[in-house]
Design a protein around this ligand. Structure first.
Ligand SMILES: Cc1ncc(COP(=O)(O)O)c(C=O)c1O
Length: 406
């Protein structure tokens, strides 16, 4: 028999899916393991999708997406970040995941290295492996508030390093980069001639701190930015996101290449190449889904503020329970997850422990190892669902045993 391609045969299974599917198979479980927003989708969004089907607008769209949706993403990007983006730089994708795949397909040749956060969203590594590239985890340590340290990144650079993957607000940590760190990360990329892929899925959800896009500091066109309606508008199954490609006149790291006398890739070429990669992967995003996403972006925005208030209230309530139990956690400043230290219970194997906790206490949480080796002993609690279930689930977490009084 012919063999499967090696890069798919050794892809590790997704530990978040494993625990979540085990919970779904166990009636009555409290599922705090996935990032599925619990709000109903606003009617005007559904109506826009239905109306598109009723008009029988089911043909292909341009590879990059329908013009008004590209313009709406560009407008939102400008409003949020103060960075003017031409709609021609926006490519509509099938969720953020397709946007990540598209960006990596554009930037990574086989054997190229991409720096990915540890702990970090698992598909950063999986997608790069699918492309025969090499994910190199960069550490995020508790003692630094799980923020990247420039020296750690520089220590990992090799001749093959091409891309720095950034994700703020972070899944799974809820950490948000301060603006100054974001600036220094972009400077580091410039200094070492790296591309940046910035996953900004959770840009709508920060609590008391601003979100700063790396694109703000992108002076020579090396930052690709990925968004999604999955999180901002709770439309996970609609599958509509956007990738904003760099739009500096010279296009990407090409600027420094040109300075050093090498061939440069003009922006127009980057747009054309991106469209060709889209054509050969998903061709275009479903037309009714694009119109529904357009309604979400251009219609009333109260869904977003209501969701933000809900996540924040859930964060505060769940954190209060953890504090009262004496469980260490990272004070989430964004996204909708709480990252908590269960090493007192896990016996050095958090992956096995979350399955025991589900079987014995009926609560599913994501094991920290789903996000990288530094997640050993930690769990990720999703804050985006029902508040009562969240507090019931968090209340069942075992507290550390207090040391005996001497
Ligand atoms: C950091 C991050 N990136 C990308 C994705 C994928 O998003 P989408 O459902 O829009 O593909 C997720 C989903 O949880 C995520 O948390």
């Amino acid at each position: 028999m012919p063999q499967l391609a090696p890069q798919v045969s050794d892809l590790p299974p997704n530990q978040i899916r494993q625990i979540t599917e085990a919970a779904w198979a166990q009636p009555g479980s409290l599922v705090l393991s996935i990032g599925e927003p619990g709000f109903p989708v606003p009617a005007h969004v559904l109506d826009a999708g239905i109306a598109t089907l009723a008009r029988d607008e089911t043909n292909y769209t341009p590879n990059a997406g329908i013009a008004p949706l590209r313009a709406a993403f560009a407008k939102r990007f400008h409003e949020l970040n103060g960075v003017a983006v031409d709609a021609s730089a926006v490519f509509v994708t099938s969720g953020a995941q397709q946007g990540l795949h598209l960006a990596m397909s554009l930037l990574l040749a086989p054997g190229d290295e991409i720096l990915v956060p540890n702990p970090g969203y698992p598909t950063f590594a999986m997608t790069s492996r699918l492309l025969n590239a090499v994910p190199v985890p960069y550490p995020l340590y508790p003692e630094h508030g799980f923020q990247p340290q420039l020296a750690d990144l520089e220590a990992l650079l090799t001749e093959r390093t091409r891309v720095l993957m950034l994700n703020s607000p972070s899944n799974p940590l809820g950490a948000v980069f301060p603006a100054d760190l974001t600036r220094r990360l972009v400077e580091l990329a410039r200094k070492h001639d790296l591309w940046i892929i910035s996953d900004e899925c959770y840009e709508a959800f920060t609590f008391d701190v601003p979100h700063t896009s790396p694109a703000v500091f992108d002076t020579d066109g090396r930052v690709f930015t990925s968004f999604t309606t999955s999180k901002t508008y709770g439309l996970t199954g609609l599958r509509v996101g956007a990738l904003v490609i760099p739009q500096a006149p010279s296009g990407g790291a090409a600027a420094s290449a040109r300075e050093s006398g090498q061939d440069a890739l003009p922006l127009l070429d980057l747009q054309a190449v991106t469209a060709t990669v889209v054509e050969s992967t998903y061709s275009c995003v479903s037309t009714p889904a694009q119109y529904a996403a357009l309604a979400a972006l251009t219609g009333p925005q109260d869904y977003v503020s209501t969701a933000r208030r809900h996540y924040r209230a859930n964060r505060d309530a769940a954190a209060a329970v953890l504090r009262q139990k004496g469980i260490r956690y990272l004070d989430a400043q964004g996204a909708f997850y709480l990252w908590a230290d269960m090493s007192h219970a896990s016996g050095g194997d958090i992956r096995a422990w979350v399955h025991r906790f589900l079987a014995e206490d009926g609560v599913a949480v994501a094991p920290g190892t789903a996000f990288g080796s530094i997640g050993e002993g930690w769990i990720r609690i999703a804050l985006c669902g029902d508040s009562t279930e969240l507090i019931a689930g968090v209340s069942r977490l075992p507290a550390p045993v207090p040391l005996p009084q001497l």
